[in-house]
Ligand binder design. Structure first.
Ligand code: PMP
Length: 363
């Protein structure tokens, strides 16, 4: 046979993950922290890097980092598993507990990578829609669990891209009715009032099947380093250790994560600052007669009712403001998502939006 090798048949309709990376003055499209990491952390990291034996592989078990995370969350190191970004943790969960002949459940619209990684790992995806407020519809949940018996149920809370967090009573309900793992993706967990980590700490009923996934990418200002983790039952940690590549978390990331936890107070102040900015942006959107949904995260989903969303997105780009165009995603007709940035960035976004909405923009 000659010519290009065909891609696996089940991957041919898929495409990779795409979020525009263009050179703009104000980047509010990927929910990162707008702040550089704390200066003191950078100093400590520079110093620690001088001690790293770079000719050696990193600690394969990442024990120092896992122990620091365990202390931070009040759990045991054996309950913590780290990855190169939380996306790698999600991938490990799917490799270990998904796969051919198994199903994962998602509640749409939600974080598209859950579905994508499931498809890449040949796991079938079963989904039901969220309510009009974009939270879980418990009747739909019950019916889906009964019908599909998924080995993993993904709940993104706060949900990307819609913003709301689920009540802990909903997570407890899921633990009762879901037959497999309940994976709560808390990439934006620090912005919400509650966390499923409380259920883990309490050892509440069913928590041996509860997995809480978190990341250093957002509030810790470390998206460029790629570090994420999960807190779960030690048996689930052991399952992920079977599939993960050796030395998946590099020496720099391990020490960077450990040091970052020492600066949690600064991080918490920044979270409060972003939450205050979020309220300001929400109020400004309301004043512009734009529909928006309440958010427990560092972004806001909105719909510019009188102008086509894609034209608004393009108009903002012409003002050098980049946000996320979700208008083509199922269940998000005409919706856009803006990340909360610094007060200056948010002002630039609001000014540009005011200008774009004010212009006559025939569809
Ligand atoms: N989960 C959710 C819900 C996210 O929005 C993101 C980032 N977009 C991630 C996981 C992945 O984050 P990272 O791999 O940077 O930890």
């Amino acid at each position: 046979m000659s010519g290009p090798v065909p891609l696996r048949a089940d991957l041919r309709t898929l495409s990779g993950y795409h979020s525009a990376q263009v050179d703009v003055a104000v980047r509010l499209n990927t929910n990162e922290s707008p702040f550089a990491p704390p200066e003191a952390w950078l100093d400590e990291l520079r110093e620690a890097m001088g001690q790293i034996p770079f000719n050696r592989y990193p600690d394969r078990t990442a024990l120092g980092l896992r122990s620091a995370l365990a202390t931070h969350h009040g759990v045991l190191a054996g309950q913590v598993f780290c990855g190169t970004g939380s996306n790698e943790v999600l991938q490990c969960l799917l490799l270990a507990y998904g796969g051919a002949g198994r199903a994962v459940a998602t509640f749409e619209p939600s974080y598209t990578l859950h579905r994508h990684i499931a498809e890449v790992t040949a796991t079938s995806v079963v989904s039901v829609p969220r309510t009009a407020d974009f939270v879980l519809d418990l009747d739909e949940v019950d019916e889906l669990m009964e019908r599909a018996r998924p080995t993993i149920t993904f709940v993104c809370s706060p949900n990307n891209p819609t913003g709301r967090a689920e009540d802990l009573t909903t997570i407890s309900h899921l633990l009762e009715v879901a037959p497999g793992l309940v994976v709560v993706d808390e990439a934006y967990g620090q912005f919400a009032r509650t966390s499923a980590l409380d259920l883990v700490r309490e050892g509440a009923s069913g928590t041996e099947r509860l997995v809480v996934v978190r990341t250093f990418s957002k509030t810790f200002s470390m998206a460029g380093l790629r570090l994420g983790y999960m807190v779960a039952d030690p048996a689930v940690v052991a399952g992920c250790e079977v599939v993960v590549l050796p030395y998946n978390v590099g020496s720099v990331s391990q020490v960077a994560g450990r040091l970052a936890l020492r600066h949690s107070e600064v991080v918490e102040q920044r979270v409060q600052q972003l939450v205050a900015e979020r309220s300001r942006v929400e109020a400004a959107l309301a004043a512009l007669a734009v529909t928006s949904w309440p958010s427990d995260a560092n972004f806001v989903l909105f719909r510019p009712d009188h102008k086509p969303a894609t034209k608004v997105w393009q108009g903002l780009l012409e003002h050098s403001v980049l946000i996320r165009d979700c208008s083509g995603w199922p269940g998000l007709h005409e919706c856009l998502r803006v990340t909360i940035g610094t007060p200056y960035e948010n002002d630039r976004f609001l000014e540009a939006l005011t200008a774009v909405l004010g212009k006559d923009m025939a569809p």
